[in-house]
Design a protein around this ligand. Structure first.
Ligand code: PLP
Length: 365
């Protein structure tokens, strides 16, 4: 019998996962009000902070929902009533943070730069110093929309001496990039299971510092489902407030074990660099232009300019026919670029085959 090969997903999550992580889904039924779920939850909460190198400074709040849910929880937990949030905006996800804040009635001060230009920490601080009513600063570490890295560690260092908390969207950079979470100074760090952690979609989390915990106790309850204090208090006792995606939790727990057995987040980030070097050599040989300049490029996503004479859909369909899924640009870049993510359980051999397939797809008449 002919067995069809699964598609190789080169979209920025949900990423390809290992057989081991997928098999964890089948462990069976479990009631989330029984002690065995409390054990699973404790294992995930401890595993997240341990495997990401922030066990001595952060506590994990785990929730059922995609990355946007954790981002929304982080955003609404960091600003007290009547105060503002300063949001760095240089792409789709920075825009999203600003939109989340406004949706909840939080006034936003934006610091904007073009979507291929990283945030300037000096400008962030200068704007902050003009707005005494700003309570929190938010920044996306990796703008998945373009593959651009923001200097979150520099921003975090500049904020350390100021009376604000720092909210970081590390959803697509966590365990992917060489920047370590411990060095960012983030008080609310939003993450998700199904990108660099190689888990399955459906569970996300916020890593909260001691200062973040102090802050979340001072904010009004802006959402029933996403109130961080409810989760934190419950999870410290092994409880969750609402029905969790139990089987996806099994898979995340397994993905964390896999990450640690494979050498941890530093080793994964090195592997991701190797992947990026391999595919970028190939793009170079094919004459393709990368949207973002070095040294601002992330390792896990590359946005490439569409060459003349081919549109995204045609390129996507030709690559899909060869077994690979690529991703479109977002917003005003949708007709100009395509994106290739090299995150997930992938081998260098698969990525080499992808580069060959890309060459074939571009030459096809
Ligand atoms: C940087 C960043 N923030 C937020 C999100 C939103 O995550 P989700 O689509 O899981 O809600 C994404 C998704 O790709 C992302 O890359």
């Amino acid at each position: 019998m002919d067995v069809e090969e699964p598609l190789v997903l080169l979209n920025p999550g949900p990423a390809c996962t290992s057989e081991r992580v997928r098999a964890a889904l089948g462990r069976g039924d479990m009631c989330h009000r029984e002690p065995e779920f409390s054990e699973l939850l404790a294992s995930i909460r401890d595993g997240l902070v341990r495997s990401l190198g922030v066990a001595s400074t952060h506590e994990a709040v785990v929730l059922t929902g995609s990355g946007t849910a954790s981002l929304e929880m982080a955003t609404i937990s960091s600003v007290r009533a009547g105060r503002k949030m300063l949001v760095v905006v240089n792409g789709v996800y920075g825009e999203r943070i600003a939109r989340i804040a406004r949706t909840h009635g939080i006034e936003v001060v934006e610091v904007r730069s073009p979507n291929t230009v990283p945030a300037d920490p000096a400008e962030v601080v200068a704007v902050l110093d003009r707005h005494a009513d700003v309570d929190a600063v938010a920044c996306v570490e990796h703008e998945t929309s373009t593959g651009l890295l923001n200097p979150v560690a520099e921003i975090g260092r500049a904020l350390a001496s100021r009376p604000v908390v720092f909210c970081v969207d590390a959803i697509s950079s966590m365990a992917c990039e060489e920047q370590e979470l411990a060095g960012i100074g983030g008080d609310f760090i939003a993450g998700t299971a199904n990108k660099g952690l190689h888990g399955l979609p459906g569970i996300s989390f916020v890593l909260v510092s001691a200062e973040g915990i102090e802050r979340l106790r001072q904010v009004p309850e802006r959402s029933l489902y996403l109130n961080a204090a409810t989760y934190l208090d419950g999870q410290r006792k092994g409880d969750v407030p609402f029905t969790p995606a139990v089987q996806v939790c099994y898979a995340l727990d397994e993905a964390i074990k896999e990450l640690e057995e494979e050498g941890g987040h530093k080793k994964r980030a090195e592997d991701y660099r190797e992947r990026a070097e391999l595919v970028r050599k190939g793009y170079d040989a094919l004459g393709l232009e990368i949207l973002v300049e070095e040294p601002y490029r992330a390792n896990c996503v590359t946005a490439l300019k569409l060459p003349n004479g081919i549109d995204y859909t045609t390129l996507h369909d030709r690559l899909r026919a060869r077994g690979f899924v690529i991703y479109a640009g977002q917003g005003n870049l949708s007709s100009e670029i395509f994106r290739v993510a090299t995150m997930g359980h992938l081998s260098l051999a698969q990525l080499s085959r992808f580069v060959d397939a890309l060459g074939d797809a571009l030459r096809e008449r």
